[in-house]
Design a protein around this ligand. Structure first.
Ligand code: 13P
Length: 346
């Protein structure tokens, strides 16, 4: 194994180390603005900076969080004491990462479908991000389930882009987080979500192979297998865990070190419970990869709504983030329970 590949493999393993998961805090400025607006905070550069400082300086965050995905602006910002964010993360034992796609855009000729852009100039951007301290990257593809969609064109275009991104990342020495998200929006059944997720992941792995991506040096960030949020019949958390694992076992090669889920609009508790059940079920079967979290909303939501831009609430907001991180860390071992969930309130 060359040194570069060895390094990638070590970073990928560190990202999915036992009891740890990833904090996604890579909202683009418009998305971060929406989150801030929901708690009446103005979308200014300094407010975005202050909020990200709150997250990264939560004391002991590195006990539960292996890596933090930052946004271009955030990677270049510093904490109030002048420490650059990537350095601040490293000091806390958290690996800094960077979102590198430039967003999901309408796919020409395919109404209602998206393709993620950002490949042009990516080699140069990755070299700069690496100089700024990033050790891994993220690219999110978005698949919508609806009447007659996703189309083959959409699945192929997104899988191809993910694989080209992943190959460029590995060339630059960065671990690619490969994120094909099948959206929760819609009224589809869990069976249909299973089918589409399996098809999506199969195409992604086929393209990763085609582009020569080293699977031991990636992390897969999939969505869980769930019924659409407008589906008439909801399902049990046990079934979600079962179907999600069944899908992954049919699609994800053993060489991949870990799977780190996105939360995708599930409530905080649902996201934790589903992860926990998967890891409980995993104890009865031998899974070749680790199963953990890479949540944005399901980790940040309570912290954001506790803070609301109020300096006096900073400690409480950090405790709220730590609590979710601790619960999800336990869930990544299949050891989450009610007592742990209610520990903070006690
Ligand atoms: P959510 O956990 O809020 O779905 O976000 C994860 C993410 O990184 C989306 O790209």
């Amino acid at each position: 194994m060359t040194n570069k590949i060895q390094q990638l493999v070590e970073t990928a393993h560190a990202l999915v180390a036992p009891g740890k998961g990833i904090l996604a805090m890579d909202e683009s400025n418009p998305t971060c603005g929406k989150r801030l607006a929901s708690v009446d905070v103005e979308n200014s550069e300094d407010n975005r900076r202050a909020y990200r400082e709150l997250l990264l300086t939560a004391p002991g965050l590195g006990d539960y969080i292996s890596g933090a995905i930052l946004y271009d602006e955030t990677l270049r910002q510093s904490a109030s004491d002048g420490t650059a964010f990537p350095e601040l993360a490293r000091e806390r034992g958290i690996i800094p990462g960077i979102k590198v796609d430039t967003g999901a855009k309408d796919l020409a000729g395919h109404p209602g479908e998206k393709v993620t852009e950002g490949l042009d100039g990516l080699r140069e951007r990755l070299a700069e991000y690496s100089d700024l301290g990033a050790r891994f990257a993220k690219w999110r593809a978005v698949i919508t389930i609806g009447d007659g969609i996703p189309s083959r064109a959409c699945l192929e275009a997104n899988a191809h882009a993910l694989a080209r991104y992943a190959a460029l990342c590995q060339e630059a020495g960065l671990v690619p987080i490969v994120e094909p998200e099948v959206l929760l929006d819609g009224d589809h059944s869990i069976e249909r979500c299973f089918e589409i997720t399996r098809e999506t992941q199969n195409r992604v792995f086929s393209q990763l192979y085609r582009q020569g991506v080293e699977l031991p040096g990636i992390v897969l960030k999939p969505s869980m297998v769930l019924p659409g949020k407008d589906h008439s019949k909801q399902t049990t958390p046990e079934r979600v865990a079962e179907e999600t694992l069944r899908c992954l076992r049919n699609t994800v090669p053993a060489a991949v070190p870990g799977v780190a889920f996105l939360s995708g609009g599930q409530s905080d508790l649902e996201a934790t419970e589903h992860l926990n059940l998967m890891n409980k079920q995993a104890k009865k079967m031998q899974l070749p990869w680790r199963v953990t979290f890479s949540y944005a909303r399901a980790l940040q939501h309570v912290a954001l709504t506790t803070w609301r831009g109020d300096k006096a609430k900073l400690d409480d907001a950090q405790q709220a983030l730590l609590h979710r991180a601790k619960c999800n860390s336990a869930a990544s071992r299949g050891e989450y329970n009610d007592r742990l969930e209610h520990e903070l309130a006690a």
